[in-house]
Design a protein around this ligand. Structure first.
Ligand code: SF4
Length: 352
């Protein structure tokens, strides 16, 4: 038996029964692939079902309000994925009559669909012979051929893609791609791979030379940038209702179009008095008296290239503070309806 036959046979016996494996609808495959890019299967499955209930097809997603899409995505992180999906759904409806392009090249012209997603949709839904490359595939192939080039370099990616394309079973490209990914997820795992249960162990170079732990080779990581966020959780009362100031993030930064609180950001940690002094100077509280009710411990929130160190300063103002285009007053019991980054959600869970 050759490598691809062994893999396909193993997959037919061992694959997990996941909902997106029962369809070849490009909308559903696209949705599952985008969700699973940075999310574990258990959590992703829940969101996949939820999303399909709210937006069962590309037309309904295209017609949706962006805030509703972001709200549904809340908790998954990497919100640009949701914004791109929404944008792409509109493009598919407006420029392609609601029908997805049927080749990887055509799919890649859509916003947010890169090499990986395009290859996954084209091979699974339209039987195009094109190999996918994700973290699981990169690990399996780099071990199988003991590749010394870093898998996260352009050269490494090209080498692995070429090898995966050579291995691809052209009669069953979609199933083959899913088989390699499944092997990476269940057997050829990052730590302690189960080589004893591996259907392609007979051909594995890394196993042969007893150096599994040295593959895949990766480029050394840069230290993440640290950002200190001093959040001002400003509340006030108006007609017996309690309001909190929320900021819509409109700039080209993390969490675009989602809501957090007004914030003073600093390069190094600053103390509460310094933060309050600069708020008073900039007329943040509208000149009204205020009381600091609580200062939280530091929250650490890790993003892909940044580490956020956030502190929440809870302040009560005796009057209606300054509102701007992107800072609005939201009734306390309505805040949970806004699209919120997970960091803010974590803090609010302690507050509301
Ligand atoms: S033999 Fe081990 S290292 Fe090689 S592909 Fe299989 S699980 Fe991965």
């Amino acid at each position: 038996m050759n490598i691809s036959h062994s893999l396909l046979h193993w997959y037919s016996q061992n694959k997990r029964p996941l909902p997106w494996r029962e369809t070849r609808d490009p909308y559903k495959i696209w949705l599952s692939e985008v969700i699973l890019q940075q999310t574990r299967v258990a959590q992703g499955t829940e969101y996949y079902h939820r999303f399909l209930v709210a937006f069962p097809d590309v037309q309904s997603l295209a017609d949706a309000d962006e805030q509703d899409v972001l709200k549904l995505w809340q908790g998954l992180g990497y919100y640009s994925r949701a914004r791109n999906m929404h944008h792409t759904a509109k493009e598919v409806v407006e420029k392609h009559n609601g029908i997805f392009p049927q080749t990887a090249e055509g799919l890649k012209k859509l916003k947010g669909i890169g090499d990986y997603t395009a290859a996954a949709i084209a091979s699974i839904c339209f039987d195009e012979s094109v190999a996918v490359l994700d973290g699981n595939v990169a690990r399996v192939i780099s071990r199988l051929y003991a590749i010394n080039t870093p898998v996260d370099s352009n050269e490494g990616r090209k080498t692995i893609t070429d090898l995966a394309n050579n291995l691809l079973d052209t009669n069953h490209p979609g199933t083959f791609n899913q088989a390699v990914m499944e092997l990476g997820a269940l057997v050829c795992t990052p730590k302690s791979p189960a080589c004893n249960a591996c259907p392609i162990a007979f051909a594995c170079e890394a196993l042969k030379i007893k150096q599994i732990e040295n593959f895949p080779v990766k480029t050394p990581k840069k230290t993440p940038t640290i950002r200190h966020l001093n959040y001002l959780v400003i509340s006030f009362k108006k007609e017996k209702e309690k309001f909190i100031l929320m900021r819509k993030r409109t700039g080209n930064d993390i969490w675009k179009n989602m809501y957090d609180f007004p914030c003073i950001e600093s390069i190094v940690a600053s103390d509460t008095d310094e933060v309050l002094e600069s708020c008073v100077k900039s007329g943040f509280f509208g000149g009204f008296p205020f009381v600091v009710k609580h200062v939280s411990d530091e929250y650490i929130h890790q993003l892909s290239h940044r580490r956020l160190l956030a502190r929440f300063i809870r302040i009560e103002v005796k009057g209606v503070p300054k509102l701007t285009d992107n800072i609005t007053a939201v009734r306390k019991d309505r805040i949970a309806e806004l699209p919120l980054p997970r960091l803010i959600d974590r803090y609010l869970a302690t507050l509301l």
